[in-house]
Design a protein around this ligand. Structure first.
Ligand SMILES: NC(=O)c1ccc[n+]([C@@H]2O[C@H](COP(=O)([O-])OP(=O)(O)OC[C@H]3O[C@@H](n4cnc5c(N)ncnc54)[C@H](O)[C@@H]3O)[C@@H](O)[C@H]2O)c1
Length: 270
């Protein structure tokens, strides 16, 4: 922070957690990058509310956090359903009183040629990736504004701004959520809300590994070297979580409306 010359802020010399005092809501926090971010947030001192459709996995993450001295609550939620989102946020308020961090992460992918994609494919992907972000962020910007602000991080993708064969629907949805992040930053800055997006390349999660495998089956060659050419190696989910922790924390206090590419330079070289 400006004017802070203290390099040793605890009596024991330990670095204090970067999210101490924060209350974070994480959608899609039961698995993949959502899971590693739930754990990273808790490690940095945040209390964590995990919203996900996967009950067992979500409860496991919350239990793991509590067993390690943290505070966490799992709330089974389909974030594409307006009623479930509102019920879940009511529960967050009931348990934690308020919240000042949102990681809007839940999402999925369809790998298919555009001309074979159905309206059902379109509706499903728009519901899970875009409607969910609308429902969750609509609720969060109001409550964060009323409570003095906060930080929102939305998981976009390298596919938010670049186009990829067999991923037209997915690219549409990820472009939409990146624009949502930028729009929130413009609309709510003066209410104390920062909003940024993380844009990963391929990440080693169920989502990323299925995507690589389905693209390869469809004739692309990611496993045979295209991935190494694009981004050097596959990204570990923790490497995305580090970026999310930074954006959620006060260390990013003057950063809003940004797309942070976590892709080892893929986007930069095109
Ligand atoms: N893995 C990658 O390579 C990659 C790259 C760029 C962006 N992304 C983005 O990351 C997200 C996928 O996350 P991941 O890679 O950690 O994969 P993942 O599949 O392991 O995790 C996704 C999580 O979202 C949850 N989820 C899905 N639909 C939901 C719903 N309707 N309501 C509540 N929770 C729901 C799942 O249960 C799961 O826990 C998507 O937003 C995707 O666009 C992934």
């Amino acid at each position: 922070m400006p004017g802070d010359n203290n390099i040793n802020t605890t009596q024991t010399g330990e670095r204090p957690g970067r999210l101490v005092g924060k209350i974070a809501v994480i959608t899609g926090g039961a698995a993949g990058m959502g899971r590693t971010t739930s754990l990273a947030f808790a490690r940095e001192g945040a209390s964590v509310a995990i919203l996900d459709i996967q009950k067992e996995a979500g409860e496991d993450v919350a239990r793991l956090i509590r067993e390690n001295g943290g505070i966490a609550e799992f709330i089974e939620t389909d974030v594409s359903d307006a009623r479930q989102v509102d019920t879940a946020f009511d529960k967050v308020i009931e348990v934690f009183g308020s919240y000042n961090v949102l990681f809007n992460h839940a999402g999925t992918i369809t790998v298919k040629p555009l001309h074979e994609s159905t309206e059902e494919d379109y509706d499903r992907l728009m519901d899970i990736n875009v409607r969910s972000a609308f429902l969750v962020c609509r609720r969060a910007v109001k409550e964060m504004s009323d409570n003095g602000g906060g930080s929102i991080v939305i998981t976009a993708s390298i596919a938010s701004e670049l186009g990829y064969a067999l991923e037209s629907l997915y690219c549409m949805t990820k472009g939409a959520v990146l624009q949502l992040a930028r729009s929130i930053s413009a609309e709510y800055r003066d209410q104390g809300i920062r909003c940024n997006a993380v844009c990963p390349g391929f990440v080693k999660t169920a989502h990323g590994l299925r995507e690589i495998s389905e693209l390869d089956i469809a004739g692309q060659a990611w496993e045979e070297g295209a991935l190494a050419e694009a981004q050097g190696r596959i990204c570990e989910p923790e490497e995305v979580s580090s970026a999310v922790v930074f954006l959620a924390s006060e260390e990013a206090s003057f950063i809003t409306g940004n797309a942070l590419y976590v892709d080892n330079g893929w986007y930069a070289k095109g």
